[in-house]
Write a protein that binds this ligand. Structure first.
Ligand SMILES: [Zn+2]
Length: 379
């Protein structure tokens, strides 16, 4: 057993305490005061366990964010770990309870478990005297669950200085597979304008915006391609005013998911430049790619292979998987920095009432992160 895993196994109770503390500090994305409170606890834990420099990034609308720097190594080619402390849960919506080795609670898996194993990974690197020739940056944001509008900039700025990005977001399945692929996402708003009129009197001279929208929806669906991993969902439509009036306006919200950066341009082009099916109507589309896919590149495969090796030395089999959902890892992968996601604890039920973490495997997941950090910090 590695010194790091041994150290973490001996401290499993303390690791669990950290997770309890962070989970009890409920932090719904929209309640700044509570996210700030959770941030204070995170900072306390970092200072108590790890030490090193702490930069607080004050935010007005969302919770304050933190950039923790560990080690005295080079900034050039730094190692970046990103996480978020906000959750999708309103206060009190989900009780915190422990059943055997499983801890249930709001955000425990997504992703206070990931924050916990990162704190303890750094602690273990420190306590075992691991040599690191590059700086480690642990960046914790506060609005991932609501689109990362207030953190995208700093994530990209830090990623640009980094050689690799680790994302301890929730893992997949009972054995905690890591995510080597995440879809990218784009959102569009379509506005159709027609010519209104009386449904009876002007039956043949109006131009129905709703009818045009119906054509558009079916045509948009043709852009989806299951083999290539491109999906198109029209999730919201509205339009018209009365049953006996030819609709002057209609709207649709379109969500597109892609798996390869190379697909972005073509699909964006096709959605923004629409053919028109009904004379007299006008179609306008606004929107753009929101997050590039987290792509399973050669560098990501290599990262995965190395993680698999570390896991195997600990007696675990580590699988890889893909996720349809996006994370902040999509941003870093989008600018070409090798990024691996799903490094969080074993557990299940993110965003559901079954959300939980397996406490007995926290040392293993923390050691996995610590050892891959150590490896890349000395490359
Ligand atoms: Zn998350």
């Amino acid at each position: 057993m590695s010194a790091i895993l041994k150290y973490l196994k001996e401290h499993n109770n303390q690791i669990t305490d950290t997770l309890f503390r962070l989970t009890k500090a409920e932090s719904p994305s929209h309640t700044k005061a509570l996210v700030d409170e959770c941030g204070n606890i995170l900072r306390e834990e970092y200072e108590r366990l790890v030490g090193g420099s702490v930069e607080k990034i004050e935010k007005g609308e969302v919770g304050n964010q933190y950039k923790f720097t560990y080690g005295t190594g080079d900034e050039e080619g730094q190692i970046l770990v990103i996480g978020h402390m906000d959750t999708v849960w309103d206060v009190g919506a989900l009780p915190i309870k422990q059943e055997g080795d499983l801890l249930y609670g709001p955000g425990v898996f997504d992703m206070k478990g990931g924050l916990t194993i990162t704190l303890w990974a750094l602690k273990a690197l420190k306590e075992t005297g691991a040599q690191l020739s590059r700086k480690i940056i642990f960046l914790v944001t506060s609005d991932e669950e609501i689109g990362s509008i207030h953190s995208k900039e700093i994530i990209l700025a830090e990623a640009k200085k980094s050689s690799v990005v680790f994302v301890p977001e929730s893992s997949i399945g009972p054995d905690g597979a890591v995510k080597t692929e995440r879809k990218g996402a784009a959102q569009f708003l379509m506005k159709v304008e027609g010519i209104s009129g009386h449904a009876g009197i002007n039956a043949w001279d109006g131009a129905s915006a709703i009818e045009e929208l119906a054509h558009q929806i079916l045509d948009l669906k043709k852009l989806a391609n299951r083999e290539e991993g491109i999906s198109v969902n029209i999730g919201v439509v509205n339009g018209g005013t009365r049953g006996n009036v030819i609709a002057k306006e209609a709207f649709a919200e379109i969500d597109v998911r892609i798996t390869k950066k190379a697909q972005v341009e073509k699909i964006t082009e096709a959605i923004l430049n629409r053919p028109v099916f009904i004379n007299g109507t006008n179609v306008e589309v606004l929107g753009e790619i929101d997050r590039y896919p987290l792509e399973r590149t050669e560098a990501v495969i290599q990262l995965y292979e190395e993680l698999k090796g570390i896991a195997s030395a600990h007696g675990y089999d580590l699988e890889e998987g893909a996720s349809g959902g996006a994370s902040d890892g999509n941003f870093t992968s989008g600018i070409g920095i090798p990024t691996i996601d799903g490094l969080g604890p074993l557990g299940d039920g993110a965003h559901s009432e079954q959300e939980h973490v397996d406490l007995s495997n926290l040392p293993y997941r923390s050691a996995l992160l610590a050892e891959i950090i150590q490896k890349y910090a000395n490359k």
